[in-house]
Design a protein around this ligand. Structure first.
Ligand SMILES: [Zn+2]
Length: 459
């Protein structure tokens, strides 16, 4: 693999591990999958043979974004009038949407994954975590295998969260029987995926996370067995927490969700929960003490109209925070760049009700980069410095959109927002998106194939 020399970038967000800083008028040199050097005038020195020099005048170069919560398959149920959050209770919404989810076939999972990851790449995301918990019986067990295939096609760094639901509707869950698995089936398929795909080498493009869907829709033993498998194999763990289910868990188990998961051992430095909007300060302190992280998904908070996640308290208590788009059934896009802006604006809206100050705009970029990398247990992605993975994106700021904003690249995305695709996205040293096109791929053809797969399903 060749390297690139991004010549004379207007600004590069670098981080040597002590926090982000802005370097102006520097070059970025990559070598294979890694960043070789960042500095002034590198283009005037001797470059490794085969290095491609790319003019970067006006470019702001950022570390690639790390998405920490999504459900790719939900891209196939977007923009549907009958699923309007403002007209349905959560229970009514679930009763309508799960039967739709259960009709998807294997090809749908493949093409929905391409759809989601393509949009993410266009908007600067270079590592995608997906929480794939939907295994309709008729669709078979190769759904995550097809997701790895989709990630390969686009050149995306992919973390597969193997989800699953085990508790039947007759025992209080919201899951149609068609989507249920036994704990043994779930654990066995996690183990198969780990054996087949989980790669812990530096710059790994494929990892697996043990991610039972949510405590309210699984037996206790599913979580106990998940902890046992993940700790045995050294994997991260993930699930949904604090999105309205705590009273149900309390009625069932005599304690709210955070205490329940702490008791089961589904907590710690290797664990992160999605959402957490209904948690008390005591629960947040408990999570901070155990090192359990949060994937904050701002867009569903707008849609569902529930409590606004208390990011200021999480920050004050020292919780590890990452950002997520969430599935396209509760955020109809897969644009993590937009989530940086919407997360910041959401906290500003709720600021007067808070005991702690809203974190700085630059912190929201941090959640989507170093924060996300830490939740996924990765030390080789999330920031730009020599030796780190060459995962980055560039914005050409020589546009009217950026007049008057260029003095503060760190706050730009959170405060101003980036209302267009990146000019270039690089993953693992390879340019996968540039000048409005995916490298080596025909976007119109990919979109037509996805629509054709979607058309095979009757809604
Ligand atoms: Zn979710």
């Amino acid at each position: 693999m060749t390297g690139y020399l991004l010549k004379n970038c207007a600004a590069v967000i670098t981080d040597e591990g002590k926090g982000p800083s802005v370097r102006r008028n520097v070059d970025v040199l990559t070598n294979g999958p890694r960043i070789e050097a960042i500095g002034e005038g590198l283009h005037r020195g001797e470059l490794p043979a085969g290095t491609i020099v790319q003019d970067a005048d006006g470019w702001f170069v950022y570390p690639g974004l790390v998405n920490t919560h999504h459900h790719f398959f939900q891209c196939f149920v977007r923009n549907r009038a009958e699923l309007d959050w403002t007209k349905l209770s959560v229970i009514e919404w679930l009763d309508r949407i799960y039967p739709i989810f259960s009709r998807l076939n294997e090809d749908c999972f493949y093409h929905a994954s391409i759809t989601a990851m393509a949009e993410m790449i266009k908007h600067g995301c270079t590592t995608a975590f997906d929480h794939q918990y939907n295994f309709p019986r008729h669709a078979g067990k190769r759904l995550i295998d097809r997701q790895f295939e989709a990630a390969d096609l686009l050149g995306m760094r992919f973390d597969a969260g193997r989800g699953g639901n085990t508790l039947p509707k007759s025992e209080g869950s919201t899951i149609p029987d068609e989507m249920l698995e036994t704990t043994d089936e779930f654990i066995a398929d996690c183990a198969r995926l780990i054996d087949t795909y989980h790669d812990t080498s530096p710059f790994s493009m494929r990892q697996v996370v043990v991610a039972p869907c949510q405590p309210v829709n699984c037996y206790r033993e599913t979580f106990v067995e998940s902890v046992s498998l993940a700790r045995d194999r050294g994997l991260q763990m993930h699930t949904h927490v604090g999105e309205g289910e705590s009273p149900v868990i309390e009625a069932r188990h005599g304690m709210r969700t955070v205490d329940y998961l702490e008791e089961l051992g589904f907590a710690g430095q290797d664990t992160f929960y999605a959402h957490c909007w209904e948690l008390t300060h005591d629960e947040l302190r408990l999570m901070a003490a155990s090192g359990t992280g949060v994937s904050h998904c701002p867009e569903p908070v707008y849609l569902v109209g529930a409590q606004v996640t208390d990011i200021p308290a999480m920050s004050a208590f020292g919780l590890r925070v990452g950002l997520g788009c969430d599935g396209a059934a509760s955020n109809d896009n897969s644009n993590l760049m937009q989530c940086i802006h919407s997360a910041y604006m959401l906290q500003c809206l709720a600021a007067s009700t808070r005991a702690h100050p809203v974190p700085a705009p630059a912190d929201f970029l941090g959640y989507a980069t170093t924060g996300g990398a830490a939740l996924l247990g990765r030390k080789d992605i999330g920031r730009l410095s020599p030796g780190m993975a060459a995962d980055l994106f560039a914005i050409d700021t020589r546009r009217m959109d950026y007049v008057g904003t260029r003095h503060d690249p760190l706050s730009l995305i959170a405060k101003v927002g980036i209302g267009m695709p990146t000019d270039m996205t690089m993953i693992n040293g390879r340019i996968v998106w540039e000048k409005g096109a995916f490298a080596g791929l025909d976007e119109a053809r990919l979109a037509a194939d996805a629509e054709a797969a979607l058309a095979t399903v009757e809604f």
